[in-house]
Design a protein around this ligand. Sequence first.
Ligand code: ADP
Ligand code: MG
Length: 685
Amino acid sequence: MVTIDSLHGVNTKTIEQLSKLGIHTIDDMLFHLPLRYEDRTTIKQLAELEVGDNTMVEGTIQACEVKSSKKRSLVCMFEDDTGTIMLRFFHFYPSQREKLKPGTKLRCFGEVRQGYHCLEIVHPQYELVDYSNSTPDLAEHLTPIYPSNSKLNQTVFHSLIDQIFAKYDIIDYIPENLRTEFNLLPLLEALQTLHHPTPQIAPKLADDKHPARFRLAFEELLGHHLSMYSLRASSNEHSAACLNNAGILAQALLTQLSFQLTHAQQRVIAEINADLRSINPMQRLLQGDVGSGKTVVAAVSALQAIESGYQVAIMAPTELLSEQHTRTFGQWLEPLGIEFTWLTSSITKKKREQVLATIASGQVSLIIGTHALFQKDVEFAKLGLVVVDEQHRFGVHQRLALRNKGNQDGVYPHQLIMTATPIPRTLAMTAYADLDISVIDELPPGRTPVTTVVMPNTRRDEVIDRIQHVCTDEARQAYWVCPLIEESETLQLQAAEETATKLQESLPNLKVGLVHGRMKAKEKEQVMEAFIAKELHLLVATTVIEVGVDVPNSSLMIIENAERLGLAQLHQLRGRVGRGAVQSYCVLLYQLPLSEVAKSRLGIIRDNHDGFAIAQRDLEIRGPGEVLGTKQKGVMNLRIADVRRDKDLLNDVVEAGKIIFKDYPEQCQALVQRWVKEGLNYGEV
Ligand code: ADP
Ligand code: MG
């Protein structure tokens, strides 16, 4: 990869600014596409100008003076053979006035506006022209205008792009036969068209489906797809812990449960079991809507590993969820005589050392924790299975780090990755090409859909009455969620505390608790346990309860400032109620005024109960980075392609990917490196 500093005229400051725009290499520069173009290829006659034209004109200055009417400005009368216009400068130097003296010939570019007397161009870009030698050349193609920041001038981009086209071989990594098969332009042609279009082509570039843009979007998606696909292939070469056993423990768990597994749960358990018996490590994504019962599936898989003498690590994104898992798994596994432990970053040093010792010695079979599980000093005796819950909260790197942690003499643990974010199939094929996918597409029987209402914050009192009724007359419990909206965390917590205090004042005969992310683990646990034991009626919480929390007696959820949250997040939060057979309610409170878009988004949540439909709508509104929760994590951060707009292309990308991976290994690597900066590290973490 050639870095940008190999080009002429790039100093440290420029490098710094370019890197802020994500431009480090010449490839990055080539794929930094223009926002728009200016036409400096022809000169328009002054008589033909129309208001709104962005155009080049050429003529002679007739007069130049400083006018100080409303606002001081330097004004020049400017004429050619056909007419006269004004050039106006509000900011100018005295020397400029000298330069623009009558008789001077200029070539100007700018936007034509209607002035008081005649047409004018305000602050034109201009150059003095000298016809004594020869007529100066006009641009051959349109002038690209690049996305930039205030510190970087367009001329920098122009110079870089010109140098790259002149000096470097731009290599097309998509072989010609595939270009023909998938109808793709050669790379150089696509890039030249986009950076330097002719005036005839320019209007067509606005079309998203233009072949030049199509070619680049295709290549970008292909690069991302190949990075995941290669990852998959490399893990297929690893050997895995062999978990072939009679399933006695799993059977013992199932007979002890108070419910029957749904068909969907049974099906995915069978899919997982087949993987666990394979000689290669399982890489499976388990998708299932909120409340579909993923935890018990994880427990059955865990027992499969434990019965074969291996350890299992279960990683949850929040401490709260990991605590809850500790309770759930405790209930299920204790009767079976299985030892387990809990590891998060908040336990004391001494306790931590003890816990680490039991993990390293193999004394405990099941380890539940947060990302603390893959810290350096954690050593497993014999890790056979890693379960990652609520995957959307983790990055690819974290998941791979945990996998590699379990690598013992080239034997890797199996991985089960669980998510409640239903990912549309085409997107999953590209973003999660390294994973097989199982779906729990059925909720346990007897659930009643949550009735959702959308209300302005001004109707708070009615909501408080409702809490009173639900918690006393119906002996149910309720959540009140205050999303984090203040800038500072301290203010956020203050807001949550204040809400809790106010609610307690309004509901004197109810017990109100508060839980938030900054509390000590012990405190959080106490509050949650009190809520589970029904000692608290109302739990005020920040969005820490978003993932996984399962208290079936709660039947009312209020979410404040709902308009500020993503649809998937609202759906997750709402999934905390409606876990039993009783009718549950979710109230989405919003601040007035509410924009039309916000209104329709809340409407989507009110009218849909299916996480898949919601995710689909979310994808349309917000884009894949948000839906996958990977925006900050560098996965599928697309520069050119857009999964919504380019979804028709994904099937072809997968097809082409297969061929390139098999027959063109060098090109495959180069494509990954070009498009996914972290790509090559995936194999190493
Ligand atoms: P999620 O998929 O959101 O993680 P959980 O695993 O927390 O869902 O399950 C939600 C609730 O449903 C739990 O209380 C769990 O015990 C219960 N549950 C799971 N499977 C079944 C089933 N087949 N029948 C009835 N209840 C079930
Ligand atoms: Mg869960």
